[in-house]
Design a protein around this ligand. Sequence first.
Ligand SMILES: [Zn+2]
Length: 180
Amino acid sequence: MRRCLLSIIFIIASIEIQFYIPASALAQDEPKTYVSNCCTILYSDARHVHYFTQRIGGFKYTSTGLDDNPLNVKKRVDEIMGKVQSTLDMYPSDFHISIMLVPDYQTAEKIFRQFSTTGNVPLAFYSNKTKTIYVNVDSVTVGVLAHEMAHAVINFYFEVPPPAKMQEILAQYVDIHIWD
Ligand SMILES: [Zn+2]
């Protein structure tokens, strides 16, 4: 009887352990967001938004310190997406994607390996499965971001996404002609 009671206590204790998740752990895993017209920007640290805005911003965004204002990242991302869509002349309806700001190469590699076991880890990549562009904030450039945005737009625009090679040609065209 005593043994039985002990095992019941043990079971109850282990159930409690299993379901006890500290609130702080949950908060840490949940990324913060900025939502612009085209994109939800996911980030874990405001500093990454700062780097990202600087890297994609060009001179006018970095010279005045305006990159500290979250409105700038939203405005800039929408501006680049607008250019990408007009360069491709593709305006898919109900278009909205996420952009995940990845802090460093190690994290980028970890994420990339969930999608592909081979190949070099790119500076950024778009997954049509998650509708997300993953960018390494350390090394992304405006051209790299525009290229990945082009992949997203192409995948939304066509009911059946075109073959990878054709997408690549279109996305590279955007890299080259976006600021014409
Ligand atoms: Zn590409």
